[in-house]
Design a protein around this ligand. Structure first.
Ligand code: SF4
Length: 364
């Protein structure tokens, strides 16, 4: 298949592996930002193709993993109200809240529905005017335009029973936050290809320049990632720090203009809470004043809900690249994909879930 098979060729992977080994003279730590890239790295065992001195750290780019616990509790509380239909992508249903999850809430009678697009949720609202339909809008810049479009269309069509429960976050601020931390380990980034399809490269260029750090935007196939690692190592070894776009088959400098226009029409930039990472300034979106009537947190009385994080779970440190899943005492014991304690064990993009699935464990 075009754009798939050609980026999975073993011989080319071995060539890149050899080239990386050849140019590496020191220890380097490189973080892939996106959860999809983490999945590829662990599925194909890419770390094993690298010299021991090149370590991959897994970043905060899994949307399910960074959604605050209290927002999951709010989604459950809204779903449990009479006359509500709560719509969500499937992977959010199993994310544990403080006491239960959306799947269990559905088993006890809540009307929770899996949809493939926020526009499907809008169609449900249109067909059920007597119900209040809430879409659980979670994700990065990749999902934000479709969420924005659903609210834009709701307003245009005069649909007043449709709401967003919104946890939209943006990538560059969290990368800056990781780099600013005194205990930061990251020396180069593999940039998030899908996010950059929407946003373009310019913010990443500024980030690379400001922090003097190599950033190589990459796709999601094994050769994409090995090529990005090679480019990162070449820059690090030569004392360079600039942006490279190695995903030019999908990413342009200026991004997807219609998508960016709908984002600025519907959303304002706002501070956001990231699970395990705390509040990061200007790291996400909230509905703008013109669309505030579609805000589920204003429509439903859930502002009082707060949720303390598990004392055992170290997913915050994992998302910053400071720890690996097998350093968590619960990994593979109290915490498994069947019984997850934290969000990074739930999603297929979650680092803990991937370490468990692909048997990367040091369980004693
Ligand atoms: S193994 Fe479970 S408890 Fe430990 S960090 Fe991962 S999600 Fe949290």
């Amino acid at each position: 298949m075009k754009y798939v098979d050609e980026f999975r060729q073993l011989e080319l992977a071995e060539n890149l592996s050899n080239q990386i080994t050849k140019v590496t003279t020191r220890s380097w730590k490189i973080m892939e930002v996106c959860g999809g890239q983490t999945h590829t790295i662990l599925q194909y065992g890419l770390q094993d193709l690298l010299p021991e001195t090149v370590e991959l750290l897994h970043g905060p780019g899994c949307p399910v993993c960074v959604t605050p616990l209290e927002l999951i509790d709010k989604a459950i509380a809204i779903a449990q109200q009479a006359g509500v239909i709560l719509c969500s992508f499937g992977d959010m249903l199993r994310v544990p809240g403080s006491k239960t999850d959306l799947l269990e809430a559905r088993a006890y009678g809540a009307d929770v529905r899996i949809v493939y697009s926020p526009l499907d949720a809008l169609a449900i609202a249109s067909k059920n005017p007597e119900k209040q339909v809430v879409f659980f809008a979670v994700g990065f810049e990749t999902t934000a335009p479709a969420n924005a479009m659903s609210v834009y269309q709701a307003k245009r069509q005069g649909i007043k029973n449709f709401f967003l429960l919104c946890s939209q976050v943006t990538v560059p601020p969290v990368m800056a936050s990781i780099l600013q931390a005194p205990n930061n380990l990251v020396q180069a980034f593999i940039g998030p290809g899908h996010v950059c399809c929407v946003t373009g490269c310019r913010e990443y260029e500024a980030l690379s320049r400001h922090f003097r750090i190599p950033i190589v935007i990459a796709g999601f196939e094994p050769l994409d990632i090995l090529e990005a690692i090679f480019q990162c190592v070449v820059q690090l070894e030569n004392g360079k720090a600039h942006l490279q776009n190695r995903y030019s088959r999908a990413v342009t400098d200026s991004g997807n203009q219609p998508a960016l226009r709908i984002l600025s029409e519907v959303f304002d930039v706002s501070d956001r809470v990231w699970r395990g990472l705390g509040t990061i300034p200007k790291s996400g979106f909230k509905l703008s004043n013109a669309y505030k009537d579609f805000d589920a947190e204003k429509r439903f009385p859930v502002q009082y809900i707060t949720a303390p994080e598990s004392k055992i779970c170290i997913s915050g440190q994992i998302l910053k690249g400071l720890k690996k899943p097998f350093e968590c005492v619960a990994f593979g014991r109290q915490c498994t994909p069947e019984h997850p304690l934290g969000a990074t064990m739930v999603s297929s993009e979650g680092t803990c879930a991937n370490y468990y699935k692909f048997g990367i464990a040091q369980i004693t």
